[in-house]
Design a protein around this ligand. Structure first.
Ligand SMILES: Nc1ncnc2c1ncn2[C@@H]1O[C@H](COP(=O)(O)OP(=O)(O)OP(=O)(O)O)[C@@H](O)[C@H]1O
Ligand SMILES: [Mg+2]
Length: 311
C-alpha cells in the first residue's frame, strides 16, 4: 500500500473582481509515495508544490481528483487522518514573543496533549531538535535555522506517520541545512516516518530522497529515483575539455554532440553515446591540431535533467 496515493488532482485559485482572475495551480497531478520513503517534490516557483502539499495535508480542498493518505481519503476522511500526519513550512511563523517550549506547549494543546504527557513531549522535542540552549529565547530573536528546527519540532508533536515538509531548508546556510537534512534522514531511519518534502535544490533532493517527482505548471512531468530520471531523459554524458585554443570552431557541430557550453576553463559537451563519441572527438581534436590540456567525463546532474524536462 502507498502511504500517499494521489490521482489527477486539480486546483484553480480564483481572485480579483467576482473571482474572474483564475490560476490553475494544479492540472491533474498524480503521485504515489511508498510507505517509509523520503520523497522529493522538485520544481520552479509557482509550479504548484505548496498547493499539492496543502491538499495532501488536508489543509486545502482539491477541485477534482482523489488522494488517500494511509488508505484514507483526504476529503471525506480528513478528520481520521489529521492526527496521523503533520506539515511544517520553511516559512512558518509563530507568535513573536513566545519561547520555543511555549510554542510547542500551545500547539501540543491543539493536538489534545496536556498535563505531564504534554510536558514530557515538549522536553523530548526540545532535546531532539537541539533547541535546549535556546529555550529562553523569544521566537523573534531565533536565527532562521532555529526557527526552522522549531517548525519541525512543532510538526513532530503528534508523532506523525506521514510528514510534509514545505521547503525545510529555505534560507539556511549550507552547514545548517546539512544538519537539518541529517535530522530528516534520522526521522525516517528511526521511526519509519514517510516524508514528502518540497525543495528548489537539486542536490538536496538527490542526496536525501529515494524518489523524486518534478512538477511544473501544475503537472508532474516525471517521477523516479535520481538515476532513473537521468536515464529516462537520456540527456547523455558530459565530456569536459580544457583545450588550447579554448573553444575550437566546429566541435559543437560534430555528430552526436547534443549541447555545448563553457564552464570555467572547461568547455562541456553533452554527447549521446560516450563510448563512441569520446574517441571521435579526441581524434578530431588531434587532426585539428588542438591541444587537450585536460579531459574529464561525468554523469549529468539532476539540474540538467530538469532543464531538459522543462523545455
Ligand atoms: N491562495 C491563492 N490565491 C491565488 N493564487 C494562488 C494561491 N495560492 C497559490 N496560488 C497560485 O498558484 C500557483 C501555484 O502556487 P504554489 O504556491 O503551489 O507554487 P509553489 O510550487 O509552491 O511555488 P514556490 O516555489 O514559489 O513556493 C502560483 O501561480 C500561485 O501564484
Ligand atoms: Mg511553495
Amino acid at each position: 500500500m502507498f502511504a500517499v496515493d494521489a490521482k489527477d488532482l486539480t486546483k484553480t485559485f480564483r481572485s480579483g473582481w467576482l473571482g474572474r482572475r483564475r490560476k490553475e495551480a494544479l492540472r491533474g497531478a498524480s503521485l504515489q509515495v511508498p510507505s517509509g520513503a523520503i520523497f522529493g517534490l522538485l520544481g520552479p516557483n509557482g509550479a504548484g508544490k505548496t498547493t499539492l502539499l496543502s491538499i495532501l495535508a488536508t489543509l486545502l480542498l482539491p477541485d477534482s481528483g482523489t488522494a488517500t493518505i494511509l488508505g484514507h481519503d483526504v476529503v471525506r476522511e480528513a478528520g481520521a487522518i489529521r492526527r496521523r500526519l503533520n506539515m511544517a513550512s520553511g516559512n512558518a511563523s509563530f507568535v513573536w514573543s513566545l519561547r520555543p517550549p511555549e510554542v510547542l506547549t500551545f500547539y501540543g494543546g491543539l493536538y489534545g496533549l496536556w498535563g505531564r504527557r504534554l510536558r514530557r513531549r515538549v522536553d523530548e522535542l526540545i532535546e531532539q531538535c537541539e533547541l535546549g540552549p535556546h529555550a529562553k529565547t523569544e521566537y523573534n530573536a531565533l536565527s532562521t535555522g532555529l526557527k526552522q528546527r522549531l517548525a519541525l519540532a512543532k510538526a513532530l508533536l503528534n508523532d506523525p506517520e506521514v510528514l510534509f515538509l514545505d521547503e525545510p531548508t529555505l534560507g539556511l546556510d549550507p552547514d545548517v541545512s546539512i544538519r537539518l537534512r541529517a535530522q530528516i534522514a534520522a526521522l525516517r531511519r528511526e521511526r519509519g516516518t514517510t516524508i514528502i518534502l518540497t525543495t528548489h535544490y537539486m542536490r538536496e533532493a538527490e542526496e536525501l530522497c529515494d524518489q523524486i517527482a518534478f512538477i511544473k505548471d501544475g503537472r508532474i512531468l516525471a517521477q523516479g529515483t535520481a538515476d532513473e530520471l537521468k536515464r529516462q531523459i537520456r540527456i547523455g554524458d558530459v565530456i569536459a575539455l580544457r583545450l588550447d585554443p579554448v573553444a575550437p570552431q566546429g566541435l559543437a557541430g560534430l555528430p552526436g554532440v547534443l549541447q555545448s557550453h563553457a564552464r570555467g576553463e572547461f568547455m562541456e559537451y553533452t554527447v549521446d553515446a560516450l563510448d563512441k563519441r569520446l574517441p571521435e572527438i579526441l581524434r578530431w581534436l588531434h587532426e585539428q591540431g588542438v591541444l587537450v590540456r585536460d579531459c574529464q567525463v561525468r554523469e549529468p546532474e539532476l539540474e540538467e535533467v530538469f532543464v531538459e524536462l522543462a523545455r
